[in-house]
Design a protein around this ligand. Structure first.
Ligand code: G3P
Length: 218
């Protein structure tokens, strides 16, 4: 399973990349705004800056909602760097844009997926990735992880090459369950990735080892 970080914060991207386990980055307009990146020139430069840090796929989201504008934006984003994946929303024109861009060998990530039906349509259109938002489903009392399991089963039965990118990850258990249920990729805030590393018994055990070593070597 690939690990992506879900942020536009360059310091956090660098920190995750230094772990040596980072396979890519996802961004969205909210995450870009959070970093204060505004204006087309600054946004484009920020995507290039991210691509220069991480050797892996970087999702850059279109902000148009009609077919013509989405494909124009998508082609522009894809031209920035070979690792850019164009993120397209799950709407009718988005499906047309995914189909068009995939016919031009431009990779896409279909975002805002909340149902198996949406996942099937996006895969059928040729999306490279689909992004089911597990945390936002949990927020409204639906089981986000169950959606990952259902999509993984359907994609396996149908042999769809589209990769399931579990998004809207809120905690380390979401990452573990995504791995268990067959997501190909998770995209997560840095905090949930780092939380996978920690265990109180590891800290306690290490403190004991170091104390015992110090006792006989002092
Ligand atoms: O990148 C899209 C997705 O991960 C958003 O997460 O936390 O805003 O639901 P969140």
């Amino acid at each position: 399973m690939k690990f992506f970080i879900d942020t536009a914060n360059l310091a956090q991207i660098k920190e995750a990349n230094e772990l040596g386990i980072l396979d890519g980055v996802t961004t969205n307009p909210t995450l870009m705004a959070k970093e204060g990146i505004k204006g087309e020139k600054a946004v484009m430069q920020h995507y290039i800056d991210i691509c220069n840090i991480v050797d892996g796929d970087v999702s850059a989201e279109v902000i148009s909602t009609d077919f013509e504008s989405m494909i124009a934006e998508g082609e522009k984003l894809a031209g920035l760097h070979e690792n850019i994946v164009v993120k397209i929303p799950m709407i009718k024109d988005g499906i047309k844009a995914i189909k068009y861009l995939s016919s031009k060998n431009i990779r896409t990530n279909c975002t805002l997926i909340f149902s198996t039906g949406q996942a099937i349509i996006a895969a059928k259109a040729g999306a490279t990735y689909i992004s089911p938002f597990v945390g936002r489903l949990d927020d409204i009392s639906y089981d986000g992880m169950q959606l990952i399991a259902e999509i993984a089963q359907i994609f396996a039965v149908q042999g769809f090459p589209t990769q399931i990118l579990a998004a809207s990850i809120r905690n380390p258990v979401h990452i573990i369950k995504s791995a268990q249920y067959g997501a190909h990729v998770i995209t997560s805030p840095l905090s949930s990735i780092l939380a996978l590393i920690n265990h109180p018994l590891t800290d306690k055990g290490l403190a004991q080892f170091l104390a015992d070593h110090a006792k006989v070597n002092s």
